[in-house]
Design a protein around this ligand. Structure first.
Ligand code: NOJ
Length: 764
């Protein structure tokens, strides 16, 4: 406060910031306006624009204000209220020499105040309208809190569930993730990133971060160019083509060169081939990490490599600030290179509307919300709707689900009443006390004929080392609070409760921190403390319903064999408890499908469905030596990509093709009739896969090319027509040309990646 007053005094003594005098007409011409501004800037001011600082971790508030006023900061992240952002913007606009606004960013990955289900869950909905609703709502909430940019969507394809950040992405498939990349960018940015209620999207982590070796976070990525182009790069490209204004650069190296110093990636591919015109930001401290990667001798070399590669802003390190002046002086970096980066930063600010009105999202103090967490600011109905659509029914023996709204339910498990865990990782400005747990959700949805009796039954884990690790980040606010009773006592209490009940609902899985950045796992089973609980519950003979909460595919062979029903709910957000209860009681008929394959064991990883063909394929039901398989257990995933049950059944007819062949530039229709053969209304996802019979390079067994979510009343049937064209048959050949080669193709349509109808056609 004191600092602000003194800045105000200083400002009153000096002339008004230059921007205050900018003629409005000049603002209409972006390139001219920015070029004019760059001309007025000192080298120090230019370098200042390239610095993105994290509030709360780098320096105390008075120092931040000083640095901003001195023109040494271009943007900040981690503030979440207008009243926090206003003084920072004042320091930039009212007290810096040129009055250039700063921008405010934040990790709004799956919600802001209202937390939507984690990204992997949203992908499970295969519902683009639902996902768009999540992004749009997040933008409305976050922009009302004075935020201009989100570090999202995170579109890293991940095929190794050991990676903790699997939870932040949208799964293993390039087509599905690309479709989601588009709708999320459009959802965040609305019709224009300059709108008052829009956020600029900064797609991440460019590139291939999800392919870290062994699923170990921050590890190396080594990948063939064909795989890169075919499978891993398309989602970033889709986000950029949809207009994402920013790109966050990955922490990993790619074939020996860190993304942060990778000229091929940042210049040749992103700017030249893809025509990206926005701003690039490094990830947290990534420029300094070039020294640890061993590609830079020291910080100076790291800064030189990064700026030359095309990293416009340096996040959370002062390296550009410290090193660029010396690099310019020595001639190692040219002023043109600095100007290029500055132009992108100013361009992004222009596109966010900040030169027109730096306070367009911050607003005036008189309108600041009295309580930023007020109930009225939440969008609970939207969150509940998206969460319901995100759940995947994995098992349902003897129609155990839906539950009756009468009788006694034993609710057990360490996740049944945890407000924090249900939010999932990166829960932004969401607060746990506003989250609906399953316990609360059951109470609210069940009605008064149901008695719910609760026992925790187990801790998330009994392994104190793991608890310590998960609590390490914030020791003042531990995420995991252990119940001090003995495991045996807790289980005994749960069994007692179960024995009184008609059915057991067990909420088990991972704590949210277990599926997070830097939370890679070597095992994917449900921790031993919870498995012991499940075994004891199973022994009661009561129907056992598992409600899974987790952020990655788990190894569920025991659960699959022993539970009567299994509902994958992921981390379902602020309204999670209501949404789960809606599904358990059948008020909502589950319609989600897995966006990732579930392995039978860690040893099977990777299990992604769109694997390349091999010379000695394993054929189910025909065991034999010298085929590509593991001999100790059943091959193939436990649950395949695209899989998910409903409370009703669907039947898909054989495929009708509009013609036996497709001409180049022509089209071909593939139609099926899907019928709801059960007694309930429901929704399912028709999935269309292409299998290229023979090509100049090895092609995947199948690839998703289209999908349609279809709602059908009980007994209703509908003919669904998909239209294919040459683009659907294209792939990157050995020379990285995107081509469709003439020959035979199979089109497959079904309700998951394994159970499909098939028809064959030719491309001529
Ligand atoms: C590091 C993470 O890798 C990235 O995803 C995130 O956006 C930044 N930190 C900022 O919080």
């Amino acid at each position: 406060m004191k600092m602000l007053c003194s800045l105000a005094v200083v400002a009153s003594l000096i002339s008004l910031p230059a921007l205050a005098a900018t003629p409005a007409a000049q603002l209409d011409n972006k390139p001219a306006f920015i070029a004019g501004l760059i001309k007025k800037m000192t080298l120090e001011e230019k370098i200042g624009q390239l610095r993105l600082i994290s509030i709360g971790t780098e320096m105390p508030q008075p120092r931040i204000l000083q640095e901003i006023a001195a023109g040494r900061i271009g943007g900040t992240f981690n503030t979440v209220t207008p009243s926090e952002n206003r003084p920072l913007q004042d320091a930039a606009v009212k007290h810096s020499r040129l009055g250039i606004p700063i921008f405010f960013a934040y990790d709004i990955v799956h919600g802001h105040r209202t937390v939507f289900p984690i990204s992997l869950a949203q992908a499970s909905s295969w519902d683009m309208d639902a996902i768009a609703l999540g992004a749009r709502t997040s933008a409305i909430e976050a922009s009302a809190d004075g935020i201009d940019m989100t570090f999202a969507p995170m579109v890293d394809i991940s095929r190794d569930p050991r990676w903790g950040r699997t939870s932040e992405g949208f799964g293993e498939d390039p087509h599905l993730v690309s479709e989601i990349a588009k709708v999320t960018v459009r959802g965040f940015q609305g019709t224009s990133a300059a709108n008052r209620d829009s956020l600029m999207a900064s797609v991440k982590h460019f590139a291939l971060y999800g392919a870290v070796e062994g699923g170990r976070d921050y590890n190396t990525v080594d990948m063939s160019p064909m795989r890169m182009y075919q499978d891993y790069l398309p989602p970033y490209r889709a986000a950029i083509d949809a207009g994402a204004g920013g790109v966050m650069v990955a922490l990993n190296s790619i074939n020996g060169v860190p993304a942060t110093s990778n000229t091929w990636l940042m210049h040749d591919l992103l700017r030249k081939d893809w025509g990206f015109k926005g701003v690039t930001v490094s990830d947290h401290g990534a420029i300094t990490e070039l020294v640890r990667h061993g590609v830079a001798q020291d910080n100076r070399e790291a800064a030189r490599l990064a700026i030359k590669a095309g990293i416009d802003m340096s996040m959370h390190d002062a390296l550009y600030l410290q090193e660029l002046p010396g690099l310019i002086k020595s001639g190692a970096v040219s002023i043109r290179e600095i100007d290029n980066a500055v132009r992108e930063v100013l361009g992004a600010k222009y596109d966010m509307g900040l030169f027109h009105d730096p306070y367009r999202r911050i607003g005036v103090a008189a309108n600041d919300p009295a309580d930023v967490n007020a109930e009225s600011r939440l969008h609970r109905a939207a969150a509940r709707q998206v969460a319901r659509a995100s759940m995947v029914l994995l098992e349902n023996r003897n129609q155990t689900l839906p539950l009756k709204k009468s009788g006694t339910i034993a609710l057990v498990g360490p996740l049944a009443d945890s407000q924090l865990d249900i939010l999932g990782s990166w829960s932004a400005a969401g607060v746990a006390r506003q989250a609906i747990t399953l316990r609360q959700g059951l109470r609210d949805v069940a009605g008064d004929k149901v008695r719910v009796i609760y026992a925790r039954g187990a801790n998330i884990t009994n392994d104190e080392r793991i608890v310590e690790y998960l609590n390490y980040l914030d020791t003042d606010n531990p995420e995991i609070i252990q119940d001090k009773r003995s495991p045996a006592d807790m289980i005994a209490e749960a069994v007692k409760v179960a024995e009184e009940a008609d059915v057991i609902v067990a909420a088990v899985g991972e704590s949210r921190g277990m599926s997070h950045e830097s939370s890679s796992r070597t095992r994917l089973d449900i921790p031993a403390s919870q498995r012991a609980l499940l075994e004891a519950l199973k022994a009661t003979g009561k129907p056992l319903v598992l409600v899974l909460m987790n952020g990655r595919p788990l190894e569920l062979t025991w659960e699959q064999a022993h539970a009567d029903a299994v509902l994958e709910t992921w981390f379902s957000g602020t309204e999670g408890g209501h949404a789960i209860a809606d599904v358990l009681f059948g008020d909502y008929n589950p319609s989600g499908k897995l966006p990732v394959s579930f392995p039978r064991s860690v040893g099977q990883i990777p299990t992604y469905y769109n694997r390349l063909r091999v010379g000695r394929p394993f054929v189910e039901g025909k065991p034999g030596n010298y085929t590509s398989q593991y001999f100790e257990e059943k091959n193939g995933p436990l649950y395949p990509f695209g899989y998910g049950l409903s409370y009703t059944d669907f039947d898909v007819s054989p495929i009708t093709l509009s013609a036996p062949a497709m001409a180049r530039k022509g089209k071909l229709d593939a139609s099926v009739t899907v019928r709801n053969t059960g007694a309930r209304d429901g929704e399912t996802v028709l999935q269309l896969y292409i299998h290229d019979e023979a090509a100049s390079v090895v092609r995947p067994e199948k690839e998703l090319k289209d999908f349609r979510k279809v709602a059908l009343k009980a007994g209703e049937s509908r003919t669904v027509r998909f239209t294919l064209d040459e683009d659907d048959l294209k792939f990157f050949n050995a020379r990285l040309q995107h081509v469709a080669e003439a020959g035979q193709f199979a089109v497959q349509i079904g309700l998951d990646s394994e159970n499909v109808q098939q028809a064959v056609f030719e491309l001529r």
